[in-house]
Design a protein around this ligand. Structure first.
Ligand SMILES: [Fe+2]
Length: 185
C-alpha cells in the first residue's frame, strides 16, 4: 500500500511520522508543495493495454492536470523485471538530484519509491497503483524502482528536452531505505 515516512535528514534510524492514510499523506505532502492524489480508471485495463488505452482510461484526470499545469507532453512508460536494462535504469536516479521542471508520475500499475529531501527533513513515499505524485521543480529527491522493477506510469512534461537530472553529489540517498516491494504489496 501507499506509505509516507518522514525522517530528519541526518538520522535514518528514527521515523518521525509514518502513515498509510492517503488523506494524511496528501496533507503532509501539500505542506511541502507536493501533489499527491488517487485516480481511478474510467474503464478496466487489461494487462498489456496499449498506451492509448491507458491514457483513455484516465483522460479526465490527465486533462485536468494538463489544464492546471500547462504540461506540453504526456507519455506512458512501462518496465518489467525481464527488461535487460533494468539495472542501468534503476541506477540512473538512485542518487540525490533535482530537475528544472516538475516530476509528475501516475502509477497505472506496479510501484516505486520516491524520497524527497526538503530542508532538514526526508519524505519517503511508497507509490502504488492509483497514486499520482507531483514533485516540484528544484526539489531534491531520488527514485528507486527496486531490483525487480515493475510499473506502468503516465509521465507529464513541460519542456520537450527538460528531463535532465542535476546531481547534488551528496551520498544521502545511500543512508536511507531503498525500495522494498513488500512494503508496496
Ligand atoms: Fe528525478
Amino acid at each position: 500500500m501507499s506509505r509516507l515516512r518522514i525522517f530528519v535528514d541526518n538520522d535514518p534510524g528514527e521515523v518521525l511520522i509514518a502513515t498509510s492514510d492517503r488523506d494524511d499523506m496528501a496533507r503532509h505532502l501539500r505542506g511541502i508543495g507536493v501533489r499527491f492524489e488517487q485516480w481511478r480508471a474510467s474503464a478496466p485495463l487489461a494487462p498489456g493495454a496499449s498506451p492509448e488505452d491507458v491514457m483513455a482510461a484516465y483522460r479526465a484526470d490527465i486533462d485536468r492536470l494538463v489544464a492546471e499545469n500547462g504540461f506540453r507532453t504526456v507519455d506512458v512508460v512501462s518496465i518489467a523485471p525481464d527488461n535487460p536494462n533494468k539495472e542501468a535504469m534503476r541506477a540512473k536516479f538512485l542518487d540525490e538530484h533535482y530537475h528544472e521542471e516538475d516530476e509528475v508520475r501516475f502509477f497505472v500499475a506496479g510501484a516505486g519509491l520516491f524520497t524527497l529531501h526538503v530542508e532538514d527533513k526526508v519524505y519517503e513515499i511508497t507509490c502504488v497503483q492509483g497514486d499520482l505524485i507531483g514533485v516540484p521543480d528544484r526539489t531534491k529527491h531520488w527514485f528507486d524502482m527496486g531490483p525487480e522493477p515493475h510499473f506502468i506510469a503516465i509521465r507529464f512534461f513541460t519542456q520537450p528536452d527538460g528531463w535532465v537530472g542535476h546531481f547534488t553529489g551528496t551520498d544521502i540517498a545511500q543512508h536511507f531505505p531503498r525500495f522494498d516491494p513488500r512494503e508496496a504489496a
